[in-house]
Structures are given as C-alpha cells and as structure tokens.
Design a protein around this ligand. Structure first.
Ligand code: PBG
Length: 312
C-alpha cells in the first residue's frame, strides 16, 4: 500500500486542512508600517492597514481564524493599554470585524506585552499577584469582546482566571463568547523569538513561578481539568513539538476541543535550518504540523498557516 501516492492517500490516517489552522499576527500603532521580525523570517509587525490585507489573504486561503498580539504605544506597571477602549487590539478587532467579517478574531489576553516590567501580571515585592491580575485580565477580556473579538484566549497562567473571565464576560452580556484557554503552557525557551516580536521579555526574573515546569505531565492534566470546570470551551497545550506527549495525553483523557501552539522557536528552528540549506523547508513544515495534528490537536496555531494553506 506504500508503493504509490494513490494507495498512500487511500490509507492516510491524518489529514491537514486549512480549517485546522490559526494564524498569529503582531499589530502595531501607526500606518503603512511593516517591520520584519529578525528571528521569525516572513513574519512582520504590521499596522492595522497591513493586518487587514493579511486578513483578506487568510480568508482567500481558507484559514478560518487569526490570533492577535498587540504592541502598545506605552507600557506601564499595570498594563493599562491592555484594557483601554482605544488600545491597539481593540482598534484592530473593530477594524477587522468591519472590513473582513468572515475571519474569526481570537485575541490573546495577557499583560506581558503591556507592562513595563514584562511580566504577565501586576507585581508587588518582586512577585506576581495572582488575584489582582485575574481582575485585570477579566477587564481586558470584556474590552476585547466589546471591540468585536470572537474568541478570548487567556495566556497568562494565573490560577482561577478562566472562572473569573467567564463570569465577567457573562455579566457584560458576552455569554456567547467562547474562551480558548492556554491551559498547559510551559515555561519554555522556545518563546524567545516571540518575546523579540512582541517586545515582552521579562525585565527581571523569569516566568517559572506561573508557567509550567517542562518535566511535568500530571500537572498539565490537572490544569486542563480546572480550566474545563471553570468554563473553557477550547483548551491548549503550548509549545507543541516538544510536548506531543502532552497533546496526546490531554486528547485521550478529555475529549474537548484541543488547540496546540507551534510556537515561535519551533518556527525559527526550521526557518533557520532551511536558510542554511540544511533542511527542505516545505517538507519539514508539512511533517511537523502533521505530527501535531496526529498527536491529537484539533487546531494548530502556527506562523506557517499561510504557507501551509497555500500548499494544501
Ligand atoms: C503571552 C504569550 C507568549 C506567547 C504567546 N502568548 C509569550 C510568553 O509567555 O512569554 C508565545 C508564543 C510564541 O512563542 O510563538 N503571554
């Protein structure tokens, strides 16, 4: 059955479709701005006009959704622009829903891009304050939903935030807005290029006191269970390729819609090796994303989404 492409196609067990893909984009203030991210070739920080053009491409290619990351005009200790009505994400969501209504807009909810210290929450005595942070995340979520976000995706890893955000969305009349929870998000060195792209590297310490310790499995299952109990509609494992066992374990245990984030470092590795002529970019891209799907992910957040969809 392996001898010809026709027979291989007949017995193929995993299929990739643009339907499975979510394309992350970085948005900045201003206009006509398009700055390539050095460690993420072919990815850009774009002003809203550029985002709208990308959005039209995504619809044409059959990619159903984007996830947005904002680069604010100003950062402060409490991440004010994250929940400002005229914040960069709020403006972008409004423009997208007006111009390209068919594209699903998912918004990443976190404070790290908006705080001057670069941590995902508010700080007191050098520590992240969990409960004070979840209140701000709830404010940010409602503000995104009000601007038109279709799905809210909290990536901060504070305890109890899904329940708090669900309550706040419901109270504000957004009871139909789903939550995609970054449930098992590991404290990973593979986020390096993203932190350059979003200018969100912590200014002191690291994220190990709130993101997960890479050697752990049971803890990931507990995190997923809590998020589902608190009202998550989609759960996520992140990163993807070094954590395929976690994706499989979550899918086997909880048959909930499952996302996996093929993160910036996973992308950068393949791009760099391809540039050196050491790997065939197209083939390693398809093989990697297929592996994430084979492990059990229903949807994959990937910087390859456009290139892959064009190929499929
Ligand atoms: C924000 C956030 C991060 C990523 C997604 N949302 C960075 C981090 O936690 O440091 C990483 C995505 C990537 O590396 O592609 N908290």
């Amino acid at each position: 059955m392996r001898r010809t492409e026709a027979t291989r196609r007949m017995v193929r067990e995993t299929r990739l479709s643009p339907d499975n893909l979510i394309y992350p984009m970085f948005v900045t203030h201003g206009s006509n701005s398009r700055v390539e991210i050095p460690s993420m070739p072919d990815c850009y920080q774009l002003s809203i006009d550029g985002i709208l053009r990308e959005a039209e491409d995504l619809v044409r290619l059959g990619v159903p959704a984007t996830i947005l990351f904002g680069i604010p005009a100003h950062k402060d200790s409490v991440g004010s622009e994250a929940y400002a009505d005229d914040g960069i994400i709020q403006r972008t969501a409004r423009a997208l829903k007006e111009t390209v209504p068919d594209l699903l807009v998912i918004t990443d909810v976190c404070l790290c891009e908006y705080t001057d210290h670069g941590h995902c929450g508010v700080i007191a005595d050098g520590e992240v304050l969990n409960d004070a942070t979840t209140e701000l995340l709830a404010k940010e979520s409602v503000s995104h939903a009000r601007a038109g976000a279709d799905i809210i995706a909290p990536s901060d890893m504070m305890d109890g935030r899904i329940g708090v955000i669900r309550g706040a969305l419901d109270d504000a009349g957004f009871d139909q807005t789903p939550i995609m929870a970054y449930s098992a998000k590991y404290s990973s060195a593979f986020y390096g290029p993203f932190r350059d792209a979003a200018d969100s590297a912590p200014q002191f310490g690291d994220r190990r006191s709130y993101q997960m310790d890479p050697p752990n499995v049971s803890e990931a299952l507990r995190e997923v269970e809590l998020d589902l109990q608190e009202g998550a509609d989609i759960v996520m494992v992140k990163p993807a390729l070094p954590y395929l066992d976690i994706i499989r374990a979550v899918k086997d245990r909880y048959d909930a819609p499952l996302a996996a984030y093929n993160v910036s470092g996973e992308y950068a590795m393949l791009k760099a090796a391809a540039r050196l002529g050491w790997l065939d970019e197209e083939r390693v891209m398809v093989e990697s994303v297929t592996a994430i799907r084979r492990a059990g992910a229903d949807m994959i957040l990937t910087y390859f989404a456009k290139a892959l969809a064009a190929l499929l």
